[in-house]
Design a protein around this ligand. Structure first.
Ligand code: ADP
Length: 183
């Protein structure tokens, strides 16, 4: 697909990702896939803590930058793709490449499972401390690059919990996709 056209498949919205009826939502997990706070905790509660923990235990953890899939259980989403973002330690520890890998690997897992609609939270930008604007630029660019090569994915939605994050992401997507049709 032409690089300019992929932006029509990328959406941003404000809200709670646990409410989305996508083929998969992505979880900002920890490497033990044990559940935790933030969006991880919200996803575990909404999916059903015990059944999701049991499914996660079978996966044997997940490396930073990698992604693994489970069912969505009680979520409106059919699947959960768990990815582990880098803890931001100043930017000289490969954080940007690891964060890009989270998006790439999550989308690869989605494509391998023939999933067509995927929603991401702002991975690593909460407790893991990645600066929001830099992280969002990586998220959007990596996704756009992936979609050029993988036409079967129909829609990727980025869900921002807070209004300030959503508005900041709106400005970033405008800047990255000058040919985007915003109607
Ligand atoms: P990390 O540990 O990867 O930084 P966090 O869960 O702390 O993950 O934060 C990641 C992002 O998820 C933050 O921007 C936070 O505001 C957002 N977030 C928290 N809860 C939700 C939710 N229910 N839906 C969407 N985004 C959420």
């Amino acid at each position: 697909m032409a690089a300019a056209d992929v932006w029509s498949k990328i959406k941003i919205q404000q809200g709670d990702i646990t409410k989305l009826a996508a083929d998969a939502i992505v979880n900002a997990a920890n490497s033990r896939l044990a559940g935790g706070g933030g969006v991880d905790g919200a996803i575990h509660r909404a999916a059903g803590i015990e059944q999701l923990q049991a499914a996660c235990r079978k996966l044997g953890g997940c490396e930073t930058g990698d992604a693994k899939i489970t069912p969505g259980f009680n979520l409106p989403a059919q699947h959960i793709i768990h990815t582990v973002g880098p803890v931001f330690g100043g930017g000289q520890r490969g954080e940007a490449e690891l964060l890009a890998s989270c998006y790439r690997r999550s989308l690869e897992v989605a494509a391998e499972n023939h999933l067509k609609t995927i929603a991401f939270p702002a991975i690593s930008t909460g407790v893991y401390g990645y600066p929001f604007e830099a992280a969002t630029e990586i998220a959007l660019r990596t996704t756009a690059e992936f979609l050029v090569e993988h036409e079967l994915i129909e829609q990727v939605t980025f869900v921002f919990f807070g209004r300030v994050d959503f508005e900041s992401a709106s400005a970033i997507i405008e800047r990255l996709s000058p040919a985007r049709d915003n109607s």
